[in-house]
Design a protein around this ligand. Sequence first.
Ligand code: GDP
Length: 459
Amino acid sequence: MIPSILSKDTIVALATAAGHGAIAIIRLSGPEAISIVQGVFKGKNLQKQASHTLHFGTIRDGEKILDEVVISLFKGPSSYTKEDVVEVSCHGSPYITEQLLKLFLRQGARLAEPGEFTKRAFLNGQFDLAQAEAVADLIASDSALTHQVAMKQMRGGFSQEIKALRAQLIHFASMIELELDFSEEDVEFADRDALRRLITTLQRLIADLLQSFEMGNVLKNGVPTVIAGKPNAGKSTLLNALLNEEKAIVSDIPGTTRDVIEDEANIGGIRFRFIDTAGLRDTLDKVEAIGVARTKEQLRKAALVLYLFDLSTTSPAQVQEELDALELPQVPYLLLGNKKDLASPAQLAAFSDGENMVFLSAGTKEGLEELKQALLDQVHANEAMTGDRTIVTNLRHFQSLKKTDDALLEVLQGLASGLTGDWLAADIRRCLFYLGEITGEITTDDLLDNIFTKFCIGK
Ligand code: GDP
């Protein structure tokens, strides 16, 4: 099938990262892609070559050889954009790529806008909008989980779910619209009970997706993990050990960690966002008091709390007292008995080795691996994160789902109050509109611009 929205322009951009590299790739897409490269390429006649073939030769500016290159040829529609695409693999020097780009521009190509290759791929039906957005997420993925979610979305997992929901609604909308054609005869083609059941099923599915967004954010931005505990318990030392660098200030004077320090570490493919807090103690020191207030604020944002105490100076009863005073939010927490190296056998024995208790020595890093395992166990215990469930990571999708949800409620209310077919049909069409926005059945130029300008040039 010949794509319907083929562009007249041929676009060009550097597809690999800027800077020096073994090779760099310049990509062209559009009706003149092959002829533009042919015009400056000395080698085989590219016009006569089959798609998906490689060709070695030189690129020349007049008589001057700019580089020896390998041309990858993709003829539309069997290409990323479904247009003719040529990829020029050259030596990875910023000077060479600049010269080649300038040459292709002089030959009639235009510099691609951010995301324009992917936008063309979308417009030409290579994939839907949610899949196109997943391409950007895939490039940005930096942990096993974000990679897994983006890959699933790019391969159409999320889109399939949305399209299935939409197909069922379309069926009802058309049935109801059919009734309108026979309005004189007072017939009901659309079974109202079945419609009501469908809407409640959709509401449940959408509620799941909406809920997954919170998880999606955690995946994208890291599991917010607050490290709390009294001054001098060793919070900063632990944070340093986890991050493997000297970011938090460590000192012997209680209360030196006055501000909130945040950093990320990738542990076992999951990104954790560690938040070190000021020492928790009642104090008259004004700065310190602000710190304590902030700790409580941070605790509210936590998905996981690590409560640290000094094994050598704290009794189990004191730990309990500290925990009670903290009013921990309803999130999983781990109790970390620190300074194991200083604790006597009797002090150690006083604490039962409970399920969420880890003994360690942040200073010597003893027990750090057990702690990392315990962190992973906490995340894996959360089925939503590891199951095969679809996770919404994109704010735009979340907003469209929310609007669909509101419109579904109106359909239900309409059904309950015996609303006439034309009004019901209008409400169902609104649901279809919002669902269609996600996968791109419904688009506007603004929407597309908004999405694709966030891509990098060359993608
Ligand atoms: P914070 O106030 O909770 O952030 O505590 P710090 O990380 O600043 O540590 C307070 C003091 O305890 C510092 O002198 C650390 O070197 C020391 N410390 C931290 N962890 C350990 C440990 O596991 N063993 C020993 N012996 N000292 C530690």
